[in-house]
Write a protein that binds this ligand. Structure first.
Ligand code: ADP
Ligand code: MG
Length: 627
């Protein structure tokens, strides 16, 4: 016996063990879904076989009628789900059933709180699939044979869903997979043909392949098909119920919850294709994994070809799930062909337009839904501003920001809302980018804008820097950073202010020069500010510089940053500045100048390059109090 064929007992990956325990508790209230999950896997296995057989017809071995069977045995107290699909090799069983080979799994498990109610939601998000069998079974036996391998390559896997599983190589004449559930005490309700039928109709009617059950009733023999067994997306819209759309979503997206919205359209003309696309209600746990396997499923004339998250839709729509079925592509389409395909290009462009249109409708008519969408996927959609030149304007309309218009942190303000609220004579859209909401909201850069009653968009997500880097205007109104360059308030900078500043400038000329030489090459310039009303100082980047915040982001991601130095602006009315002007002693003056600079950095949420020096200087000055 080679080590590969003997019976061995292997431990589940730690995550699987955790998952099994949690799942049994948290999904128990909806335990019948185990059948949906196992049928969904069987259906995927049929799809994969059909695809592989396109290039290798021999895989069918004379049995090309692909089907799923569900049966039960009252005496043995078992329910069995079998398919004649692709099957699994021994290695595949270990890889797919003994481990969770999804990227980001560990991070996901670190997030679980141990609170069953909260985690139930997360577990659904993770998609537990096969393991849901253990909700109703205390022993699960799986036998399988990979299509294309000989009969001696069958595999038998068994587990009671606790710490480990056994696996052995067996003789298995037919390809495909059979999963037998040995029901737990008290789960006999599933040993009933009518009950099983009802569950299949409820959750799995949309499955493409026939699902067979032993015929019920006295005189009946043989099997009968219990589902409709036709591609859901190929049916007319008005014949599909909301439930059917939802259940189909759970199957294609491997999700446990209903989607937020769907769009279904058939296009006929030069190209013929059908789209059935969904926007999920929550972000999948691996939304930020570059190589996440899930995406949209491509079919060619009802035959599943592949799932893909790079070619069928732009990256910034990678949260969309569903099906694209083309009548024009060749059946042997490969990933390489996808890349340069004119047909795929035009389907992708049309699908993108439709999804954006759908989101626009949702934003206009279903505000609450749109808020959910934005919370889950807003950060991804924002990438579209950078990525998708052609649709930039449409995407810009979909953006939502926090703003000084609201007190609380809520990303609800659209650029159109902002423009509609612009004051008479205001010609710019003001924004600020910062580390977090509070750093943005309380930034000293906003003081004058606040005083003038001008609204400012508060941006504090890393992607925002790229958004404003690519979105220069909206409806003809330029976007203007409140933290860069001269703050041009247009009509709102009244003459008086300007005169006051001019006066302060000439009065403080000496002070400005002294601070400048104290700070040396830390700053490009020191100048009298017009944007401050309450804070003593702030740092301002050049109009075309990256900005303090973006510089920090780039540095954090390990990039070298072309160092444009900021200007230090001082508030001539602030008591500290006035006091500083009186300071005769050089050492003390120098401390103050550096403290001013450092606190300007701190107020932006930045880290100080030399925090110890800041503390020392501050303490020097504190010690003088009351002396
Ligand atoms: P998912 O379906 O989301 O990938 P599951 O836990 O449901 O997760 O299934 C895990 C994996 O096990 C599947 O991706 C597939 O590779 C394999 N698998 C499960 N059931 C079958 C089956 N009936 N035939 C072939 N492979 C299967
Ligand atoms: Mg599954």
């Amino acid at each position: 016996m080679t080590p590969d064929t003997h019976k061995e007992t292997l431990g589940f990956q730690t995550e699987v063990r955790q998952l099994l325990k949690l799942m049994i508790h948290s999904l128990y209230s909806n335990k019948e879904i185990f059948l949906r999950e196992l049928i969904s896997n069987a259906s995927d296995a049929l799809d994969k076989l059909r695809f592989e057989a396109l290039t290798d017809d021999a895989l069918y071995q004379g049995d090309s009628e692909l089907k799923i069977r569900v049966s039960y045995n009252k005496d043995a107290r078992t329910v069995t789900i079998s398919d004649n699909g692709i099957g699994m090799s021994r290695e595949e069983v270990v890889a797919h059933i003994g481990t969770i080979a999804k990227s980001g799994t560990r991070e996901f498990f670190d997030k679980l709180s141990g609170d069953a109610a909260r985690d139930a939601h997360l577990i659904g998000q993770f998609g537990v699939g096969f393991y849901s069998a253990f909700i109703v079974a205390d022993r699960v036996t799986l036998t399988t044979r990979r299509a294309g391998l000989g009969a001696e390559h069958g595999v038998r896997w068994e587990s009671s869903g606790e710490g480990d599983y056994s696996i052995e190589t067996i003789e298995q004449p037919a390809r495909g997979t059979e999963v037998t559930l040995h029901l737990r005490e008290g789960e006999d309700e599933f040993l009933d043909g009518f009950r099983l039928r009802a569950i299949i109709r409820k959750y799995s009617d949309h499955i493409n392949a026939p699902i067979l059950l032993p015929a019920e009733g006295k005189d009946k023999t043989g099997e009968e098909t219990v589902n409709r067994a036709s591609a859901l997306w190929a049916r007319p819209k008005n014949e599909i119920s909301a439930e059917e759309y939802n259940e189909f979503y759970k199957h294609v997206a491997h999700d446990f919850e209903n989607p937020l919205a769907h769009l279904h359209s058939r296009v006929e003309g030069k190209l013929e294709y059908t789209l059935l696309l969904y926007i999920p209600a929550h972000a999948p746990f691996d939304l930020w994994e570059r190589d996440s396997a899930h995406g949209v499923k491509l079919y060619v004339r009802r035959v599943f070809i592949m799932e893909d998250n790079k070619h069928l839709l732009p990256r910034y729509l990678r949260f969309v799930r569903g099906v694209m079925d083309s009548n024009d592509l060749p059946l042997n389409v490969s990933r390489e062909i996808l890349q340069g395909s004119k047909i795929i290009d035009s389907i992708r462009a049309a699908a993108t337009k439709r999804i954006l249109g759908q989101l626009e409708d949702m934003a206009a008519n279903e505000a609450e839904k749109y808020a959910t969408f934005w919370k889950e996927f807003g950060r991804v959609l924002k990438e579209g501003v950078v990525e998708d030149h052609a649709n930039r304007e449409q995407i810009a309309k979909l953006l939502r920001f926090a703003s000084t218009h609201h007190d609380a942190e809520q990303q609800t303000v659209s650029l159109a809302d902002y423009v509609a609220r612009m004051k008479h004579g205001q010609d710019k859209i003001y924004y600020i980018t910062a580390e977090n909401f509070n750093a943005a909201k309380y930034s000293p850069h906003l003081e004058l804008l606040r005083k003038k009653g001008l609204e400012v968009l508060l941006m504090y997500e890393p992607v925002d820097e790229w958004v404003v880097g690519h979105l220069h205007e909206f409806e003809g109104k330029p976007l203007q950073s409140a933290a860069k360059g001269e703050l041009d308030l247009g009509k709102f900078s009244d003459k008086e202010d300007e005169e006051v500043r001019k006066k302060a400038e000439s009065e403080l000329k000496g002070l400005v020069e002294r601070i400048r030489s104290a700070l040396g090459d830390k700053v490009a310039e020191v100048r009298v500010s017009q944007r401050l009303t309450a804070s003593p100082a702030c740092l301002v980047s050049g109009a075309h510089d990256l900005g303090v915040h973006l510089e920090r982001l780039l540095k954090a991601s390990g990039q070298t940053v072309p160092g444009g130095k900021p200007a230090l602006e001082i508030n001539p009315d602030h008591p500290l500045i006035k006091k500083l002007d009186q300071e005769a002693e050089d050492a003390r003056f120098e401390d103050w100048a550096h403290i001013l600079y450092d606190q300007a950095l701190l107020s932006e949420g930045a880290h100080l390059p030399d925090p110890a020096a800041f503390v020392r200087r501050l303490n020097n000055r504190l010690l003088e109090i009351g002396q």
